[in-house]
Structure formats: structure tokens, C-alpha cells
Design a protein around this ligand. Sequence first.
Ligand SMILES: O=c1ccn([C@@H]2O[C@H](COP(=O)(O)O)[C@@H](O)[C@H]2O)c(=O)[nH]1
Length: 273
Amino acid sequence: MTRNFLFDQIQKKQSFLCVGLDTDINKIPSHLLDTEDPIFEFNKQIIDATHDLAVAYKPNIAFYEALGSKGWESLEKTMDYIPKDIFTISDAKRGDIGNTSSLYARAFFENMNFDSVTVAPYMGSDSVKPFLAFEDKWVILLGVTSNEGGKDFQFLECEGKPLYQHVLSKSKEWGSADNMMYVVGATRPEYLTDIRKTIPDHFLLVPGVGAQGGDLQEVCKYGMNSQCGLLINSTRGIIYASSGKDFAERAREEAMKLQLEMKAELERCKVKS
Ligand SMILES: O=c1ccn([C@@H]2O[C@H](COP(=O)(O)O)[C@@H](O)[C@H]2O)c(=O)[nH]1
């Protein structure tokens, strides 16, 4: 998917919501367990209930890999079911020596047809560049993560600036704002001003709203750019809003609350093409 197409979808839906599909067999409503593929059935109903409110879906691959071949099958069916105008993120956090990265890229971009994959920056340019060789596909590089342990390395001072700033300034030379995004946790809005000085134009994938307590308005205030520049993810806050038969309706309600906040932020920031 191109950047312009994604931006068009944001304007059309007045939303930059990414719904996480971290579908856990131990958390889905019990009435679905009798169906042939409970994970896919859950995802299908979440997608039916939220596709007009979201511009992206983000399955976290761990939840599918953990189930072996059956999990991959559920993921493939989910990918086939997601409407083609919605941006798809494979949250896999991959990256390895070059020839191995190339195969990870083929797995997610060619085999599964994802629009993007999350990649860890630690192994450097030759581990990331193979993912950038695919037309209209995106690398979403881990920049500043939302978890507590993110500060163990990401904020270490190194040659006069924090390590994450080196990651941003070096890696932006490997691709462009048309094929690279960065993960920035919603739990760390205080870094967004400095992040935007280094990467003013790139989209940011922002997890951490909802269950992790991140504040959508704070993120927008410091992170939004003239083309929105944000995909804000919420997973548990949406998909597990209810564990009963009404799970899809409740998911829709939670997604709609976020979409309405996003609409207001787009209007406030006068985001336009
Ligand atoms: O820094 C990061 C990077 C990735 N994630 C992932 O996003 C979702 C968040 O789920 P919630 O239920 O909304 O907390 C999940 O898949 C994480 O693995 C992140 O949280 N932080």
C-alpha cells in the first residue's frame, strides 16, 4: 500500500486507528470454542465490527506461532478476510543477517501478503534493507518501545545523544518516509517532540493506548504531522472489552470511542492533503 492511499483512507474514515489482533485461545469467549477455527471466527467478528472505524489491523505473530500450523492457518484466513483497503501490519519484530532477513521478508510480504512488518534495528543496515526491497511494502522499525524495559538500552547516552536517536537518524537513510515507519510507544509521549525533529515526515506506529495506559491526545499533540503521521494501536482495550457473546459489539463501542477522538484530533490539527 502506498503512503497516499493510506492517507486517503485516514481522511475518508476520519480515523488512524489500528486494531490489534492478539487473539488468545484462553481469552476468547467460550461459545466460540465449539467452532471449527475459534481464532479465525473471533477475528472475523472483530473485523466485521470494526472495519469501517479502523485503517489498520495488526496481528501479533506470537499469538499465531504459539499454536503451530493451526495458528498459521488461522492467520492466513484472517489475512484473506481483512478488506484490501486496510493496511496490515505483521507485528513479528524480525531482523537477522541479510539472507535470512530476505526470507523473513518473503514470508510476510509475498507468502502472507502483509503490507508491513515490524523489524528490530539492533543488527543494523544489512538486517533491515532486505525488507525494503519490496515495492509498496513497509518496514516498521522499533524506535522507542512502550515497555518498561525499553529504557534499559534505548535511552543510553551515546556520543552525545540517546541510542534511540542514533537508530532514527541512521536508519532513515536506508529508506524513506514512503517505505519506513517507526514504533513509538504511547507510554512515552515526552519523547515525541525530539523524535519529530529527527523524523518529521515518517508515520509512527503507536502501541500502548488502552491496556497500557497511553494517552491518545498527548500522542496527537506532539506526534501528529501534516499528513497525520500516526497509526495508533489498541488491542486488549478493544478485542477483549467483553468476554461474553456481546464481544464484537463491545469491541465496536471501544473502537468508536477512539475513532471519535481521532476525528476531533484531525479537525483540531487541520490535517489535509
Ligand atoms: O513497543 C511496543 C511494540 C509493540 N507492542 C505490541 O502492541 C500491542 C499492544 O497491545 P495492547 O493490548 O493494546 O497493550 C501488542 O501486540 C504488543 O506486543 C507494544 O505494546 N509495544
